[in-house]
Write a protein that binds this ligand. Structure first.
Ligand SMILES: NC(=O)c1ccc[n+]([C@@H]2O[C@H](COP(=O)([O-])OP(=O)(O)OC[C@H]3O[C@@H](n4cnc5c(N)ncnc54)[C@H](OP(=O)(O)O)[C@@H]3O)[C@@H](O)[C@H]2O)c1
Length: 251
């Protein structure tokens, strides 16, 4: 086992976007960062890279065993890797739907199961990257809404179940942050352009996440202006429906 004296953070999907910013933020704060993804991240992003397709059960198990053997502890697990989709339920193929659920739901649930003993040793934190889409239904993103809502409920219930063992769970709901995420999404549609909404940044997101994790918060919504949007969608679902049908030109 490595003689690590610094806390250890495991970040999935650290090769790009939000995961890269989160990995760098934990490193900046003195953590030893282990990146789990398929492509190698830039050297300044992580101390250790394990090439893993997180949808493959054997690869997940091998990575968890390597982490336990080399580091013997996990102070923070950030389940960040994910993919979206833009299609109506009718358009999205079963294969795409299953791919989305494998990566966005089953992979974090099973990786967490494998790493729970390493987290328990140091009373660590689990951070799941869900989405504002877990709260607000978006036309032509139904599968993404569903999978992120499932992940959010997983976070909230897991939090109750592991609190007694000293493990903290944070659910994170980012709104739209420009990472190229939509260009990599499944499905044949793409979201309409919404100019003037680029105030959010992956770096600020990572700082907020780090602080929320340290304070053992239950849920983080970033940027904060999505909180009234979530409230509005809950109380005025008819308006949200009509707006979505217009935006996506649904008949
Ligand atoms: N950006 C947004 O506006 C936004 C909003 C709400 C929620 N989110 C959520 O935030 C998370 C990160 O999104 P992002 O915008 O940073 O997306 P991104 O730039 O596309 O990054 C996705 C990451 O997931 C990894 N990944 C994809 N498939 C994988 C697999 N099979 N095995 C292992 N790793 C895999 C990718 O690494 P490799 O390709 O190297 O494997 C990549 O590092 C996602 O869960 C997303 O749903 C994003």
């Amino acid at each position: 086992m490595n003689n690590v004296t610094s806390p250890v953070a495991v970040v999935t999907g650290a090769s790009s976007g939000l995961g890269r910013a989160v990995a760098r933020e934990f490193r900046r704060n003195g953590y030893t960062v282990i990146a789990l993804c398929r492509r190698a991240p830039e050297p300044e992003t992580a101390d250790r890279f394990l090439a893993v397709d997180l949808t493959d059960a054997e690869q997940r198990a091998r990575a968890a065993a390597t982490i336990e053997q080399e580091f013997g502890r996990v102070d923070v697990l950030v389940n960040n890797a994910g993919i979206g989709s833009y299609a109506t339920w009718e358009e999205l193929s079963e294969e795409e739907l299953r791919r989305e659920f494998e990566l966005d739901f089953f992979a974090p649930v099973e990786l967490t199961r494998l790493l729970l003993p390493s987290l328990e040793k140091v009373r660590g934190s689990i951070v799941n990257i869900s989405s504002v889409a877990a709260h607000v239904p978006v036309g032509c993103m139904g599968a993404y809404n569903a999978v992120k809502a499932a992940l959010r409920m997983y976070s909230l219930t897991l939090r109750m179940e592991v609190a007694g063992r000293g493990i903290h769970v944070l659910n994170v709901c980012p709104g739209r942050i420009d990472t190229g995420f939509s260009t990599r999404a499944l499905g044949g549609r793409r979201p309409p352009e919404t100019p003037g909404r680029t105030s959010s940044s992956a770096e600020v997101f990572a700082q907020k996440l780090f602080r929320a994790c340290r304070k053992h918060r239950r849920e983080l919504v970033y940027p904060g202006w999505y909180r009234p949007v979530i409230w509005f969608a809950r109380h005025f679902p008819g308006v949200v429906e009509r707006a979505n049908r217009r935006i996506w030109r649904l008949k």
